[in-house]
Write a protein that binds this ligand. Structure first.
Ligand code: CP
Ligand code: NVA
Length: 300
């Protein structure tokens, strides 16, 4: 079976565990599963962390990354997504893409004879979730029954993090404005994945109470720029500030996938303060990318 990585729920608890274990191994111990082979990296949106970490992960696994911008490839503009996937699969051992529409990845995976890896879509950011789990585990070990808090937009990053935490039996606490919150169906889905609990609050202080980690992300994701002003109003009161962190456990950490907007979703005193783990979290993106690529190549 081809080991695509489109979202965290699709991996399941067992594969997520295997990937975390691979991330903890010395890169040299993974061998060079991409030796003499390429990795196609297609980006329809900007990136700093994902591009650099994935390119370096490919190099560490012995392969050669080929970066192309989405408009250069012209997915469904210059040619159909399916033709792009079938052709690139003849040159590369893995196809990885950052896309606007998650269905683009599903269509690639449907026809690709090599693994397809999601580098962020409107629905999911699995490589970020793996890095988030690695970062929290380093602080707290096992996340079972631990409370993990998300403040802000229930977006791609939130969904993947929630799935990863749910697969490990964590308790999920969300604080979001109603229009941007996980709905009842989503909470039921997370409970079915294994979450110890899944609750939505309107007050970030209440949501953070008893949590070991408080996560947030931008209020306006890539592709939503036209809504930025309206979103700033809708998310007023959902800034992770010192009062929110004070409600969490005394050793709680602050996490953010970055890029961050100080004074919007997070106060500068928090992201630049002692509880912030955003830099090790970003560095874990390299270990996450290497592990996911190795796993997709069948490394055990
Ligand atoms: N966190 C993250 O995916 O960052 P980039 O958008 O810079 O890749
Ligand atoms: N939610 C953000 C994450 C950026 C890494 C976005 O999709 O733009």
């Amino acid at each position: 079976m081809i080991r695509h990585v489109l979202d965290v729920a699709g991996l399941g608890a067992g594969a997520l565990e295997e990937i975390c274990a691979l991330a903890g191994r010395d890169p040299a111990a993974l061998g060079r599963p991409l030796a003499g082979r390429g990795a196609a990296l297609i980006f329809e949106k900007p990136s700093n962390r994902t591009r650099h970490s994935t390119e370096m992960a490919v190099v560490q696994l012995g392969g050669h990354p080929v970066y192309t911008k989405g408009d250069e490839v012209g997915l469904d503009v210059r040619e159909p997504v399916e033709d792009v996937a079938r052709v690139l699969a003849g040159y590369h051992a893995v196809l990885a893409a950052r896309v606007f529409d998650h269905r683009t990845l599903v269509r690639m995976a449907d026809v690709s004879p090599v693994p397809v890896v999601n580098l962020l879509s409107d629905l999911a950011h699995p490589l970020q979730a793996v890095a988030d789990i690695l970062t929290m585990r380093r602080e707290f070990g096992d996340l079972r029954e631990r409370s993990v808090c998300w403040v802000g937009d229930y977006n791609n990053v939130a969904r993947s993090l929630a799935e990863a935490c749910a697969l490990q039996g964590a308790a999920l606490r969300f604080a979001s404005p109603e229009r941007h919150a996980a709905d009842e169906r989503e909470l039921v889905r997370l409970l079915a994945l294994g979450a110890a609990s899944a609750e939505v609050y309107r007050d970030p202080v209440l949501a953070a109470s008893g949590s070991c980690a408080v996560h947030t992300d931008t209020w306006t994701s890539m592709g939503q720029e036209a809504e930025a002003a309206a979103r700033r109003e809708e998310f007023a009161g959902f800034t992770v500030d010192e009062a929110v962190m004070a409600a969490a456990l005394p050793d709680a950490v602050f996490m953010h996938c970055l890029p961050a907007h100080r004074g919007e979703e997070v106060a500068a005193a928090v992201i630049d303060g002692p509880s912030s783990r955003v830099v090790p979290q970003a560095h874990n993106r390299l270990h996450a990318a290497r592990a996911v690529l190795a796993w997709s190549m069948g490394v055990r």
